[in-house]
Structures are given as structure tokens and as C-alpha cells.
Design a protein around this ligand. Sequence first.
Ligand SMILES: [Zn+2]
Length: 239
Amino acid sequence: MIRKVYYIKSEEGFTSPPTRDVIPALVINSDKYFLSTYRSECMIKFDGQPSNIFVCFTSKSYLHYLKDRLRGLDTDMLLLDYLRYPNARWCFCKRCKQVFKYYDVDLEKVVDLVSKEDYMVELHYRFLRGDEDIFLWSRARALSLFNFVKELASSVSSSLLMTLPYKVQGISMSSFKFWLDYLLIDYGVNLDLLSSVLDGVVIAIGYPPLQPLSQKVFICLKSYGFSVWILKGNVINSA
Ligand SMILES: [Zn+2]
């Protein structure tokens, strides 16, 4: 099955797709339009810098805003794009800090690590070594994102897909185990958790494709219960 992706822009309102061969897509982690009214709901970088585009997953008003607008959308499938943190350097807003505090994360240590130029190498190394602060901080972010999309999913009757990048910080999907770690640590994406609320994943492999999706990766994603799709240009194809 081939379907064309159509991005819904928030300022235009959420219109239903004109035909069944179009799948509406929504950028989740950023909404300038929303932030122009709800400035305090933005993500905050580790150094205290507020974002003009990224909205924090702990924002209840953002959740209500999206739920409200999705209510009128008549579609069998909806693609959630950028359902992730921009990278490990976000978010350290007041609410996120409270969550980290609840998990007893040494925040000073995390901030120091993410401020380094090659922060992912260091974070992953510590993650593999069983560093509790890095583990709990990663888990807390993944849960904030998961709780957000779980709530959102409860108001949508269509099947939900999410996009996944072929590479995270240079780590490609072909090194599947590391790629999963990177998804979690850098993006706050835990596929195991998300598989309970999402129906499928759409892998952006670039066009022309970087390389074909390996059988191993395909089987692993299927084992989570996901339907697997490939995004080429603005067209998705079942894998
Ligand atoms: Zn936050």
C-alpha cells in the first residue's frame, strides 16, 4: 500500500485528508503557533535557554490543545512525526526537573555530561556501564514522552504511526542494539513502551535510500508488534 504524506499545519487548522490515499502527518515536538500563546510551555535547554519552537511533553495545555484539534479529524491513519526530544540537551524545564528529582537523578551530573561536545559517546558509555543516574534520567524522559502520547492516543480512533530516523547521531539502524540505546538516550524514545499505544513505525530512509532495511531490523520491529513502513520523499510504503 502506498500513501502520500500530508503535513497538517497548526495555524491552518486540522483538516481531514481529501482522499484515502493521503495520510495526515503531524509534527509533535514543536508548534510555534501554540507557543505564541503559551510561551511558558516551551522546552528549556540544559543551559537555561528557552526554545521558540519545541514544546515540552509534560505540558498539559499542549496535550489538551492537540486533543481538541484532533477530535475533528476523520482519517484511518495518523502519522506522528518528531515524536521525540530534539536531543539529550533538552528538556530541563521546571516540570522536567521535578520529574528528575522524583527519580532521585543527580541533575548536576547529567547537565555537566550533556554540555560536553561529544555528549552521546559519554552518556552511552555510562548507560552501558549501568550508571544509575543516566539510566533513571533516560527512563524518566521516555516516560514523560510515553505518557504524553498515551493520553493523546486515547482521544484518537485512527491507527497511529510514528516516524523513526534511520540514523541517530551517526549510529545507524543496522547496529540495531546501539541504535535503540541512542533512540532512548538522545530522543527519549522507548519502543517497548510506545508499542503499547502505537500501531506502526515509519522509517525515514532518505531518498535515494541510504541502504535497504535489513531483515533483522524488520523482524525486531515486528516483534514489538509494529507494522513497518518506509518513507521515501513524501510517500510511505508498507515494508
Ligand atoms: Zn520539560
